[in-house]
Design a protein around this ligand. Structure first.
Ligand SMILES: [Zn+2]
Length: 322
């Protein structure tokens, strides 16, 4: 049984921050209304008036366009909300989401109960606020899997051969480093990444030490945006574990050549970069409301029942790294 709580604070969208996604029904109603005007009301009203008759094709054209737009909107809404709202947009529709989503939010803004936890169109949301430079906030908001990928890419940019371990089989190791010039397949150090919302404690550090002993690896790095507890730091200092918190990681990335740092930022913020990946199956997760508050659930539920805790709300996010 994987310990999901390890990833329980993966950087992600916060429920109270997320726009409440509108239902597909209002858009469908608008589409229907437009269609009614095209085929029924407009001919009925205009055809009888001699001088207004000429305007009929124009009016019909306008409302036909409305039918298409709202129809498409309803369809997109419906598909994104299918399967508990987790189904991603079909690939061919992704470019449309940029204008379809705001429209649909406008249409049904007042119809959803406020504060309800429902899935939201992350694609639209995240592309819109894609950062243009590195900051602690970027490191903090990256979902846990993306954080791992960026850490791995960082070592590659430094000219060190690094590889992430397979999903679900990490055994406490997220990245392996291969720095032995005589043996390219010999792992020389291991890297643990934990995109938690609070400092990593000594228990996790001991587990890493156990893996080092088991695999006879002398050196380890621990990368965690929100740092480490004092006990964890003491333990790491005497066990050849190098600790890298958010500020250090940011400084290391900023010391890279500009183009390398830029490539890492593109990797970090590409597409939907803040919604956590399911630690069990690799699908995207989706916000859910449970008895004890909001949590992340696998979008393929009930096929996969993995859950992640959701990071606390608002101002507390950086408290741990301050
Ligand atoms: Zn899953």
């Amino acid at each position: 049984m994987p310990d999901y709580s390890r990833h329980g604070v993966a950087a992600g969208a916060i429920v109270s921050d997320s726009p409440v996604p509108p239902s597909w029904k209002p858009a469908a109603l608008f589409a229907l209304a437009c269609l009614l005007i095209v085929v029924g009301i407009a001919p009925l009203v205009l055809a009888g008036h001699g001088h207004l008759k000429g305007m009929l094709p124009v009016v019909q054209g306008v409302f036909l366009f409305g039918t298409l737009v709202f129809g498409l909107l309803a369809f997109v809404r419906y598909t994104t909300q299918a399967h508990h709202g987790a189904a991603p947009l079909p690939q061919f529709m992704a470019p449309l989401s940029e204008f379809v989503m705001p429209l649909s939010e406008f249409v049904s803004e007042r119809r959803e109960p406020p504060g309800r936890v429902v899935p939201f169109p992350v694609a639209h949301r995240d592309i819109a606020d894609r950062p243009s430079q590195w900051s602690l906030d970027v490191i903090d908001r990256m979902e846990w899997k993306r954080f791992e990928d960026v850490c791995c890419a960082f070592y590659n940019e430094k000219g060190i051969k690094a590889a992430t371990t397979r999903m679900g089989a990490d055994g406490g190791v997220d990245i392996r480093l291969y720095q032995d010039p005589d043996d390219a397949d010999c792992c020389t150090a291991i890297v643990q990444c934990k995109a938690w919302g609070q400092p990593v404690g000594v228990k996790t550090m001991r587990e890493l030490r156990g893996v080092m002993a088991h695999e006879a690896i002398e050196r380890a790095f621990f990368m965690a945006p929100n740092g480490f507890t004092d006990n964890a730091r003491e333990f790491a200092a005497i066990n050849r574990i190098t600790l890298l918190d958010g500020r250090l990681i940011l400084a290391m990335i900023q010391r890279l050549p500009d183009d390398a740092s830029r490539r890492l930022l593109e990797l970090a913020t590409e597409g939907d970069w803040t919604t956590p990946t399911c630690p069990s199956c690799g699908a995207s997760m989706t916000p859910r409301q449970g008895k004890h508050g909001p949590f992340w659930g696998c979008s393929t539920y009930p096929r996969c029942r993995a859950k992640l805790g959701m990071r606390g709300v608002g101002p507390a996010r950086h408290a741990a790294s301050a």
